[in-house]
Ligand binder design. Structure first.
Ligand code: GTP
Ligand code: MG
Length: 195
C-alpha cells in the first residue's frame, strides 16, 4: 500500500450517503460478533478505528474506512443476531441489496465465518445474494485462536462443501486471528493485489 494512513470516513445509512466511487473498495460481511470490526482494526493497525464490542449488532451503519489512500474498507452491519426488530432487518436487507448490486468499485466481499461455528443458514443467504449480485466473495475464517486444529479441519470441510454451491465464491479461504495476528498480512496482501 502507498502510505499507511487509515481513518474512519463516515457511517452510511442510505445509498445517497455513499462516498464518491473513486477508489477500490472491499467490504466485510458476517454474522454479528464474528469479528468484522476487530479485523478491520487489525488490517489497519489501529486498535480502535472500527468500534468492536461484545454487544451484538453494535455496527448498524455501513462504515467507511480509508486504507492508505487507495482503498475503502467497508464494515457492514452484522446480520443474524436474535432480537433484531423485523423493521430494522428489512431496512438493512434493502440497503445491502442496493449496495451490493450498485457499487461499481466494489472489488470483493469478504464473508467472515467464525472458526468455531462454520457457515450458518444466514451466511448462505448472504452468499446467495452475492452470487446474484455477481460480487466475488472470499471467506475469511475468524478467531482461529479459539479452536483446536482438529476441530478447525472439520469446520473447514463444511465450509468447502458449502462454498462449492456458490458460483461467486473465490476458492481460497483465509484463516485469521485478529487477536494473535495470524493471516492478517496475507489478507492485506490479497487486498493490495486486487486491481
Ligand atoms: P457486529 O458489529 O455486532 O456485527 O460485530 P463484529 O463482527 O464487528 O464483531 P467485533 O469485531 O465487534 O468482535 C466481537 C467480539 O469478538 C469482540 O469481543 C472481539 O474482541 C472478539 N474477537 C474478534 N476477533 C477475534 C479473534 O481473532 N480472536 C478472539 N479470541 N476474539 C476475537
Ligand atoms: Mg462491528
Amino acid at each position: 500500500f502507498a502510505g499507511n494512513n487509515s481513518e474512519f470516513l463516515k457511517g452510511v445509512v442510505a445509498m445517497s450517503g455513499l462516498p464518491p466511487a473513486d477508489r477500490l473498495e472491499v467490504c466485510f460481511a458476517g454474522r454479528s460478533n464474528v469479528g468484522k470490526s476487530t479485523l478491520i482494526n487489525a488490517l489497519t493497525g489501529r486498535t480502535r478505528l472500527a468500534r468492536a464490542s461484545n454487544t451484538p449488532g453494535r455496527t448498524q451503519e455501513i462504515n467507511y474506512f480509508t486504507l492508505a489512500d487507495s482503498h475503502y474498507l467497508v464494515d457492514l452491519p452484522g446480520y443474524g443476531y436474535a432480537n433484531a426488530p423485523l423493521a430494522v432487518v428489512e431496512k438493512w436487507q434493502r440497503l445491502l441489496k442496493q449496495y451490493l448490486s450498485g457499487r461499481a468499485t466494489l472489488r470483493r466481499a469478504f464473508v467472515l465465518v467464525d472458526s468455531r461455528h462454520g457457515i450458518k443458514a444466514v451466511d448462505d443467504e448472504i452468499m446467495s445474494l452475492l452470487d446474484s449480485s455477481a460480487v466475488t466473495f472470499q471467506v475469511v475464517m475468524t478467531k482461529v485462536d479459539k479452536v483446536k486444529d482438529k476441530d478447525l479441519e472439520k469446520v473447514m470441510g463444511q465450509v468447502r462443501e458449502r462454498l462449492a454451491k456458490h458460483p461467486a465464491a473465490f476458492p481460497e479461504i483465509v484463516l485469521t486471528s485478529s487477536e494473535k495476528g495470524d493471516g492478517i498480512a496475507n489478507l492485506r496482501a490479497i487486498i493490495a493485489n486486487l486491481a
